[in-house]
Design a protein around this ligand. Sequence first.
Ligand SMILES: Cc1ncc(COP(=O)(O)O)c(C=O)c1O
Length: 382
Amino acid sequence: MKIPFGKPLIGTEEINAVTRVLEGPILVHGPVATEFEAAFANFTSAPHAVSVSSCTAGMHLIYFALGYGSGDEVIVPAQTHVATAHAVELTGAKAVFVDVDEQTGNIDIESIKAAVTPRTRAIAIVHYLGVPVDMPPVLEIARQNSLFVLEDCALAPGTYLDGVHAGLHGDVGVFSFYPVKHFTTAEGGMIITRHRDLAAKINHLKAFGVDRTHGERKIPGLYDANALGFNYRMSEIHAAIGVEQLKKLNGFLERRQENFEALSQNLQHLDHIRVLPQPRDHRFQSSYYCLGLLLDESIRSKRPEIMTALGTKGVGSSIYYPQPVPRMTYYRERYGYGVEDFKKAALISDGIIALPVGPHLNKSDMWVIANELKSIWKEINV
Ligand SMILES: Cc1ncc(COP(=O)(O)O)c(C=O)c1O
């Protein structure tokens, strides 16, 4: 691909940092993960940051730490990665899906209200494609019903609402550092929170629920387990990549915004499409994960053809997300959802082509993408 959808930008800084870790004595439980947590807390202005092995692990860890299980419900948007729902179901609780707003792809506030039952424990929201959810109404519903609020921030480093970083509006925010994300640690994640006690609890439970860290053991190897816990830690190797990547994040975000704006501009005269997400007012600062080309009903059936043609011309694309999660086999079979449910989420899933705007690309790549699309439009007679 001349213009891949995503490409991690790993430089000599990351390679040298990993080499330093590998040449040293500590590969896990060391100072680099702590340094990465402090740097991420500083970047987001979070009081507490806890590194984990992935965003999925982080979300599962939180629901587990809160003691959710059979009989509990968590409200989840239908338009998301399956991980947002799986993290709930892994505890034995039920993911209760709600539809999204057609303009943003973010959770629909009125549908949240309708989904609250006496069994509801939490609301999970997702900042879809990096555009922040309008949090005050969500927090108001949570306050009225005493619900916990988890922000799935997998696409939201650099996302701000009212000047506050995503993840700090609700009770916790969970990030992903998977390779095609805004910055990477290969695999990895981070939880941020204002709650000191919750941060301490998840630190405990992410490492087997043992009572002493390595540093706290007077006699090496001697410890007790006073709780049930996982191994969801981030290694020093992953954290070393993260420390160096984070130093570059502001530059990456600037490039994403420039590319997004250039591509939107270049696509202005393309018929039968809508660009997602549309810029909102100054309260909403996006992290510009990708540009979603939403095809009109009339050309939706041509999506495979368009994506294949783009690929042939060396332009990578993707789909975020491939189906509303309740339509995926596991959830459909478990809860009996039909294809007619979650219409707005389906409208996006079935009609979107995610185009790249990452920092591995520049404005002239955006020009190439738009031109290739214009010629495809002619070829397929749109
Ligand atoms: C919204 C959302 N949540 C969670 C995840 C899972 O992240 P991870 O691979 O770090 O577990 C993803 C991955 O793309 C995602 O897009």
